[in-house]
Design a protein. Sequence first.
Length: 266
Amino acid sequence: MLCDSHIHTCFSGDSTAPPSAQVEQCLALGMKEICITDHHDYDENPEDSSFLLDIPAYLRAMKRLQKEYEERIRVNIGVELGLQIHTKDYLERLVPSLDVDYLIGSSHYIDRMDPYFPEYFAGRSEREAYERYFESTLERVKGMECFDSFGHLDYVVRYGPNTNQYYTFRDYQDYIDPILKVLIEKGKALECNTAGFRYGLGHPNPTEDILCRYYELGGELLTVGSDAHSPEYLGYAFSGLPDLLKACGFRYYTVYRRRVPNQLCL
Ligand SMILES: [Zn+2]
Ligand SMILES: [Zn+2]
């Protein structure tokens, strides 16, 4: 079983899973190494503060957990940072002070709206809504350095009015190629997030075509994660992942330790 590098616990506003329950399930699945990555979506005066992480309490709890399990599984400590250009200064000040192994950068809020909520799609076509997502993602990956891997690149598609029914990489290539090129240029990883399967898309986020394109453009750093918010979804659809990624050309996947990429065999 591949190492799962995208796991939430009750330190995230949208999970009630005790951290030890998540680790126990990873052990039961035979994982040798994992990374816990709870949400921190900072904004000034947020309408919803449930995605703000209590960082000192989180890091203390994670260090204890790491120690408790050190003989049985390597528990890496990460954070999933919500990227927004207007929070760049805050994140740049925060990140050097974080004693962590791994930082996922994700686009959750676009123009201060999360596509999880239908208001994001109101008053515009699905295509316009997807284009705006990719446009704003490009601005973030270009302008921000404070992450190791970019999370669930086509997250918006999970929640579109027709989800991925009319969505293909080719249709959005002009938006997606520049994002992949910037990640590669900057030495950032791309994440293969298997929650897309759980959402019934039949594909990971991003899709196989995008993972293949990243490889074709020279991308080598590829992290994998289930984005599980509860134990039953840990390692979700991981059994088919080595073949899926090998078909794109990858021979290795990446885990971050002390913010340094390590390539493991698929
Ligand atoms: Zn996310
Ligand atoms: Zn997540």
